[in-house]
Ligand binder design. Structure first.
Ligand SMILES: Cc1cc2nc3c(=O)[nH]c(=O)nc-3n(C[C@H](O)[C@H](O)[C@H](O)COP(=O)(O)OP(=O)(O)OC[C@H]3O[C@@H](n4cnc5c(N)ncnc54)[C@H](O)[C@@H]3O)c2cc1C
Length: 527
């Protein structure tokens, strides 16, 4: 009898196993793969992920295998090019990009060294249940008869197409269909001194140094163009490299590996626990890879889950309660990046307002580095994108544009509705919102005219927030007339923002309707 069975031995499974085994639990890890082996994934480990590897004592093995530490980063949107460094996270100030053949093997070795039993080449075929509680698994090693293994907890770390999640019918929420497709390959003999991120109309591209002196290049196109891309993978890849200005440098070297890619990039949260089971890694939380967060999120959640399981099985608190805490902590930590990633995965060009933000960052190295920190996860995204920080960076007028840009995201700049153009009256004066600014934020249609796409989008943002009703008005002071209003939400914290005539106003609150910090910016009149 084991304390825990983990299905899947890659980044989520082995990390959870090593943390649990180090706490003295009897852990069995099963994976149908053999290690070392590759998997369909690039492998940027963000700064917080690297910090965790250091804390677990296994970073040295990865660096000693020749994995370059990446400190410098270039963010190139054509009209604005930011360069800088990642802010440190727990004393670690670099990210790295170890091949999965290396990273996963180091994690498996560390789990074994901690005392976990790892069985490779072992496919789990089904879960065992007793009165609705998962009690174990049944599966077989290749060529061997089926065996049964039992434990009070079975953890699914078995990836995107998780058998465990399917067997327990784990509820998915905030799920999104694929928005982008990804292809990647490796080049040798191409000079690179840091990480590079490019955005151009219709594509995003990253280039990261990895083991054996190779440069990994990853590109994303909108999912709708997958068929077109696949017809000429090499030609389209090279044309994209040319479009971002990397083509000549890449051609000075040689392609070292085949192209790999997939359109299978949905996003979801899944209920990560139930009687006798839990999920970690992609099995429970999946993001589009465009922000390269899956591995670092798996490490974070392995720590959260290991704490909960050790407490629950160690009798410190009831297991169900501890796993509920894991669920809440995971969602709270992941939600800002989940929403941000979903926006990037649409591969829309930056709005004029976002370009204004990038241009503002050009003048401010410290803030530019903080922006890189937000991208890698060492600076909370919510903090960087807060209305207060945006007002500081782009001013009230810039924030107004940013808010309006947000509302019409998805439309190329040339198609912005007139009402969103700089200098236009803003949402507050439009019929759909005519009442909203004067009657204490009752976001009701004020006209029988059909909404424009802009209005429909903003109204969609507001409608789910049932507390914005006359019976539960926001504790707020109304914004100035002729204002633009917007809601920006990260996790359970939201900001209602209003700007106009040089005055910025806003209130942060939680989804339950609790008031939070007020902020103001611009000139007199702001609270
Ligand atoms: C194109 C692409 C690029 C990406 N780039 C990055 C990036 O740069 N940075 C980043 O952080 N993330 C990236 N990701 C995401 C990253 O790959 C995942 O988040 C990460 O691999 C999740 O790890 P995991 O351990 O949860 O699952 P996986 O890595 O999917 O591992 C699951 C394991 O479970 C095993 N398994 C499954 N079913 C069974 C079964 N029935 N019996 C036994 N074993 C089973 C599998 O063999 C596998 O070894 C990318 C993803 C894609 C698709």
């Amino acid at each position: 009898m084991h304390d825990v069975i983990i299905v899947g031995a890659r980044v989520a499974g082995s990390a959870t196993a090593l943390l649990l085994a180090r706490r003295g639990l009897k852990v069995l890890v099963l994976d149908r793969a053999m290690f070392p082996s590759d998997t369909l994934s690039t492998h940027q480990v963000q700064v917080p992920g690297v910090a965790r590897l250091a804390r677990w004592g296994i970073l040295d093995a990865i660096l000693e295998a020749g994995t370059p530490a990446t400190r410098d980063v270039r963010f190139d949107q054509g009209q604005a090019v930011l360069t800088g460094r990642f802010p440190a996270c727990d004393g670690t100030d670099f990210m790295c990009s170890p091949r999965r053949t290396l990273l996963d093997q180091v994690l498996v070795d560390a789990a074994r060294a901690a005392g976990a039993e790892v069985r490779e080449n072992f496919t789990v075929g089904e879960l065992l249940h007793d009165n609705g509680t998962v009690t174990g698994v049944r599966g077989r090693e290749k060529g061997a008869p089926a065996v049964t293994e039992r434990a009070p907890l079975v953890i699914g770390a078995d990836g995107k197409h998780s058998l465990v999640a399917e067997a327990v019918n784990a509820r998915a929420y905030r799920a999104k269909p694929p928005q982008s497709m990804a292809f990647y390959t490796y080049w040798e003999g191409v000079p690179a001194s840091g990480g590079e991120l490019y955005g151009r109309p219709g594509c995003a591209l990253g280039a990261w140094p990895t083991n054996d002196g190779l440069l990994m290049t990853y590109l994303a196109w909108p999912i709708a163009r997958f068929g077109e891309f696949r017809q000429d993978v090499e030609g389209n890849f090279l044309r994209t490299l040319d479009a971002v200005g990397l083509g000549d440098r890449i051609r000075s070297g040689r392609r070292a590996e085949r192209f790999r890619g997939t359109p299978d990039l949905p996003s979801y949260f899944r209920q990560p626990h139930g009687p006798g089971w839990a999920l970690v890694g992609d099995a429970g939380l999946l993001l589009d890879p465009v922000t390269g967060q899956g591995i670092s999120h798996a490490f974070r959640d392995a720590e959260l889950l290991a704490d909960a399981v050790a407490d629950g099985l160690g009798g410190i608190r009831p297991l169900g309660k501890a796993l509920g805490q894991y669920h809440r902590a995971r969602d709270k930590a992941a939600r800002p990046m989940y929403d941000f990633t979903a926006r990037l995965a649409a591969i829309n060009p930056p709005t004029p307002a976002e370009m204004a933000l990038f241009r503002a960052l050009l003048q401010r190295q410290e803030d530019s580095d903080a922006f890189f920190g937000a991208l890698t996860g060492s600076v909370p995204l919510r903090e960087f994108m807060s209305p207060r920080n945006m007002v500081r960076l782009v001013g009230v007028h810039g924030l107004t544009k940013l808010m309006l840009g947000q509302a019409v995201r998805g439309k190329p700049a040339g198609e912005l509705p007139e009402s969103a153009a700089p200098g236009s009256p803003g949402l507050g004066r439009l019929p759909w919102f005519a009442g909203s600014c004067r009657s204490g934020f009752r976001y009701e249609p004020q006209t029988s005219r059909p909404p424009t796409p802009l209005h429909a989008h903003v109204y969609d943002l507001l409608t789910p927030l049932a507390f914005c009703s006359p019976s539960r008005p926001l504790p707020s002071r109304p914004p100035p007339p002729r204002a633009a209003c917007a809601l920006e939400g990260f996790g359970d914290r939201w900001s209602l923002m209003a700007c106009g005539r040089g005055v910025g106003w806003g209130q942060e609150f939680e989804l339950g309707g609790l008031p939070g910090r007020k902020w103001g910016g611009g000139c007199a009149g702001a609270s």
